[in-house]
Design a protein around this ligand. Structure first.
Ligand code: FRU
Length: 491
């Protein structure tokens, strides 16, 4: 049942006695609870926020509507971890409890200064006619984890932009702090703008990022800018891009452009094409941070806006992706699961099998939550692949067509259907790597993350199979291929 606007904009303080607890009881009974992904105890999760390393720990907040599974009033929920693998729930980080964030503490980022963590976020407000007024706000967390709010730091949208003005991502360069903010021009095209500050409190408008995309969708959400290998990378999530061949198939997109470092004075950014970060069904609004050892890490929302999900009736919705490490190699962005995830590895299984024009159900491997490395070589077939979560009339299929150099994820038979109007397959180009295809998979109760050919392509999706759909099958059509498969139970 859809909630009314009044119900959606109630804070936890305004909930009925036991209301959230009842939602949690419902969520606890859901057959699709994840086991190694960050997920809300109850309610709806969306964007990752404030991802950082501070005071000896990683902190990762997320957008959270506690009282239902639709997008209502948003909080920042706080989690922390020493190893990027085991996350502790820390409770509410930022509540929408001032006049500057009365209709939601929207997305933002974190940066350390003077042993304090500054959380910069968008305070979403609405007047009685439901007109939106965004404020860019700051909250400060001390080393005890106590968070307090400062007055808003950007109170007005600059001329030329609409009230869709949000999601500050802050970084430091030399003596200044900078932030990029997602914006919409008054002609209804999306862009990102930049501000500069000497102290995180006084911000000056530097201008709009000068890209080669004057008309690319109607809004850019969650921009992020960083440098890697002496190159500048702008990430953002544009809305309003039309599908094209195998690209841009989801309701909204999320991608990056690589270029020469952004000119922090003129805002000029000389960049290449916009590329999707993830070629799966469910990935949006990612955010990066710098690890203390210099790695650039990324986490995304493993979900999409405006799509109904099968857990919506089960008291909870969505989770975050596993953390990925980003690198640029031979000019190409690579994304690999962070190496810390190997800590989860339990019992290991291995098979090496030549499959010749058949489907071969593995007798020694099955599962619901696992990591798997599949190396396919000696490929003499027109289509090769692997079927996961196989059960009665159910399977999630990942296949490669060598002649087309194309990798496809097919969730048409994955279980409970979703987002059917956006199709049931996702494909991307993938060149053979010295004649082989390598698939590194992380399968949780209701998701799959696929890293292909050592992080060259990634496909992420929610799937909603029956609990007893646990089979794993290899196949080769019109010829043969050699499969080397290693599977780890996850602890
Ligand atoms: C992206 C987004 C952001 C906004 C937040 C609200 O999913 O729409 O632009 O800050 O979600 O929850």
């Amino acid at each position: 049942m859809k909630m009314s606007r009044t119900q959606l904009y109630r804070t936890l303080d305004q909930a009925d006695v036991g209301e959230w607890e009842a939602l949690k009881v419902l969520a606890d009974q859901s057959p699709w609870r994840q086991t190694f992904h960050i997920q809300p105890e109850a309610g709806l999760l969306n964007d990752p926020n404030g991802f950082c390393f501070f005071n000896g720990e990683y902190h990762l907040f997320y957008q959270w509507f506690p009282l239902g599974t639709q997008h209502g009033i948003k909080y920042w929920y706080h989690t922390s971890s020493t190893d990027l693998v085991h996350w502790r729930n820390q409770g509410i980080g930022i509540a929408p409890d001032t006049i500057y964030d009365s209709h939601g503490a929207y997305s933002g980022s974190a940066i350390e200064k003077d042993n304090l963590l500054y959380l910069m976020y968008t305070g979403n407000t609405r007047n009685k006619d439901w007109k939106r007024y965004p404020f860019q706000c700051i909250a400060v967390m001390n080393t005890q984890g106590h968070i307090s709010k400062l007055p808003p730091v950007i109170e007005h949208v600059p001329d030329g932009y609409s009230d869709h003005f949000r999601d500050p991502k802050v970084w430091q360069d030399g003596e200044y702090y900078y932030c990029v903010i997602g914006a919409q021009r008054i002609n209804h095209t999306g862009c990102a703008v930049m501000y500069r500050s000497p102290d995180l409190q006084t911000w000056t408008f530097q201008g709009e990022l000068q890209t080669f995309l004057p008309s690319f969708g109607y809004m850019w959400e969650c921009p992020d800018y960083f440098e890697l290998n002496q190159q500048g990378i702008l990430l953002f999530s544009p809305q309003g891009i039309e599908p094209f061949a195998d690209s841009f198939q989801n309701i909204y997109q999320s991608g990056y452009m690589i270029g020469t470092p952004l000119d922090l004075n003129t805002c000029e950014f000389d960049h290449g094409d916009f590329c999707e970060l993830d070629h799966g069904f469910d990935f949006y609004a990612p955010q990066t941070t710098l690890a203390p050892d210099g790695r650039r890490l990324l986490v995304g929302w493993l979900g999409m806006p405006e799509i109904d999900y099968p857990t919506d009736h089960q008291g909870w919705a969505h989770c975050l992706t596993l953390p990925r490490e980003l690198t640029i190699e031979q000019g190409e962005l690579r994304q690999r699961p962070v190496q810390e995830l190997t800590q989860l590895r339990g019992q290991r299984y291995h098979v090496n099998h030549t499959v010749d024009n058949q489907h071969h159900l593995l007798s020694s491997m099955q599962g619901v939550q696992y990591e798997m490395l599949v190396q396919i070589s000696d490929i003499q077939a027109t289509r090769i692949g692997i079927e996961l979560r196989v059960g009665n009339n159910e399977k999630t299929v990942l296949y490669y067509q060598p002649e087309l150099e194309k990798l496809t994820l097919d969730r048409s038979l994955s279980g409970q259907p979703l987002a059917l109007e956006y199709g049931t397959t996702r494909s991307c180009s993938l060149s053979l790597d010295e004649g082989t295809v390598t698939l590194h998979l992380f399968v949780d109760t209701s998701s799959i993350e696929i890293f292909a050919n050592d992080g060259r392509k990634v496909l992420t999706a929610r799937i909603f199979p029956q609990p007893d759909s646990t089979g794993i099958s290899l196949f080769a059509e019109d010829g043969s291929a050699c499969f080397d498969v290693t599977q780890w139970d996850l602890l």
